[in-house]
Design a protein around this ligand. Structure first.
Ligand SMILES: [Zn+2]
Length: 487
């Protein structure tokens, strides 16, 4: 079992280097992952249940960011392949991949990796689990016996998909015939779409109709990752079946369904100032918090997480002390400043807006240090059981808003970052956070309602703002004639 996870936003100005990756040996994975709601947790625990010995050998994972340098990928590739080769003898290989990595000079590193691992496996079964935001290729799938994608966004089924991958690999080890895997592509870039309700849930039901057909093993809608300027970035459908015809017709059915229903996936969001005004208006009659999510500065999609547009709008609203809280802004400098000053101190800060010129100016203000922490907690909803370490963190009161600051980048998955600083989010009228959909796994049940803010950052839903220079295909929603044949 090995892993390589990166979602590459090719619009990020800075490249992703080796230091950005957390590289774990198998022993560390084996110590951390069991029982967690992750692909790794599913791999390891399921293998044990089946009486197989799970042998994690290596994983390299980074928070989404810019294009990976060629040297970085070469190092990770060599480490991963060496680790698998050293685990001989084995019966099967399971890979935990994202599917949307881009390396300088290689738009499909997962294909390269799967091909190389196939070389080590020979005829032994090889399977992989992908994030539904992966931009996959048929050429990559051709190297696999098992290819599954997450079905849920928020990704709350990661563990279940890891378990299913192990089940299918075990069946292959016992001699079951190799499945046909077909990837149908569509000329669509999908604005971020959750699967809890609406169009995203309806699309999953279309996949379920395919799975009910004879011979179909699995059918998954791959939403794809639109912030990638290359020709694999689009919505696709991954279908596995007992023969080529069933796999192809199942995948093509859902691909056609997506095109026909494309208008249901259109989203429009408010500007930060409008989102804050709307949240305040809704909070007048609410008995629970209103959550405002800053979708365009989501570190989970490659944006820095130090943007200031939504926070500034919240501060400028002039709300009474303790009404609103914001979690969190990535700014190691300000976190260190707060730790040096101590709780109760008042410091002059220039918060956020330092990483690039795309997410607002630094907020220059006087800030009271309300609380300090070491930035460690355990996830509660999505990724439940996984340990988080964002290093030195602080909670500052700026203009009446209690703002959490971190030393490392991450999106907000749950209330851990608030709780760590003594904030009970259920007592606040307005909660600001940086995430596109994953926060919903925790916050949807506790929120009165959710307002989305889009300030035009690197994970903005305004897909037409992203110029496609390398990929010249006609793609919806940039071009509604994309589905018409020209030949
Ligand atoms: Zn994802």
């Amino acid at each position: 079992m090995a892993g390589f996870n990166h979602e590459t936003n090719t619009y990020c100005p800075a490249p992703t280097v080796l230091d950005d990756f957390v590289r774990w040996p198998g022993t560390k994975v084996l110590a951390e992952a069991p029982k967690t709601a992750t692909v790794w947790g599913g791999f390891i625990d399921r293998a044990r249940t089946l009486g197989a010995e799970p042998v994690p050998v290596y994983t390299a994972d980074a928070v989404p960011s810019g294009t990976i340098t060629a040297d970085t990928y070469a190092t990770i590739r060599a480490e991963l392949l060496t680790a698998i080769a050293a685990a001989e003898p084995f019966d099967a290989v399971a890979l935990n991949l994202h599917g949307a990595a881009v390396v300088d000079g290689n738009d499909d590193p997962e294909r390269d990796l799967c091909e190389a691992v196939r070389g080590l496996c020979g005829d032994r079964p090889l399977g992989a689990v992908f994030d539904l935001h992966g931009n996959l290729s048929q050429a990559m799938c051709d190297h696999l016996d098992v290819a599954l994608g997450f079905r849920s966004y928020p990704h709350v089924d990661t563990r279940a998909r890891g378990e299913e991958c192990i089940d299918l690999l075990a069946r292959r080890v016992r001699g079951e015939q190799r499945a046909s895997i077909y990837l149908a592509t569509t000329p669509m870039l999908l604005p971020s779409t959750d699967t809890n309700s609406g169009a995203g849930a309806a699309a999953n039901r279309a996949c379920e109709r395919v799975e009910a057909l004879p011979g179909v093993i699995d059918c998954t809608l791959m939403h794809g990752f639109p912030y990638a300027d290359h020709e694999l970035a689009n919505v696709s459908v991954l279908c596995s079946a007992v023969d080529d015809f069933a796999a192809r017709s199942g995948a093509e059915y859902v691909a056609k369904w997506m095109w026909v229903h494309r208008d249901n996936f259109v989203v429009t969001h408010r500007t930060p100032a409008d989102a804050v005004a709307e949240a305040i208006a809704r909070s007048q009659s609410a008995d629970r918090p209103i959550v405002v999510n800053e979708t365009d500065d989501n570190p989970g999609g490659g944006a820095p997480g130090d943007g200031t547009r939504l926070l500034r709008a919240l501060i400028e609203a002039g709300l009474p002390d303790g009404t609103a809280t914001f979690g969190f802004v990535w700014d190691p400098e300000v976190a260190a400043q707060a730790h040096a000053a101590g709780v109760g101190a008042v410091i002059d800060v220039a918060l956020g807006g330092k990483h690039d010129g795309l997410h607002g100016e630094p907020i220059r203000a006087s800030a009271e240090v309300l609380a300090l922490s070491d930035g460690r907690w355990v996830l509660k909803a999505m990724g439940k059981g996984s340990r988080v370490n964002l290093r030195a963190m602080a909670c500052l009161r700026i203009g009446g808003v209690d703002v959490v600051v971190s030393s490392r980048r991450q999106q907000t998955f749950d209330d851990g970052c608030f709780e760590l600083h003594g904030i009970d989010v259920t007592t606040r009228r307005i909660i600001g956070l940086k995430s596109t959909k994953h926060f919903r796994a925790f916050f949807e049940p506790i929120a009165f309602s959710i307002v989305t803010s889009d300030g035009g950052g690197l994970t903005s839903e305004r897909l037409d703002a992203f110029r496609r220079r390398r990929d010249r295909r006609r793609l919806w929603p940039l071009d509604d004639t994309a589905g018409q044949r020209t030949d």
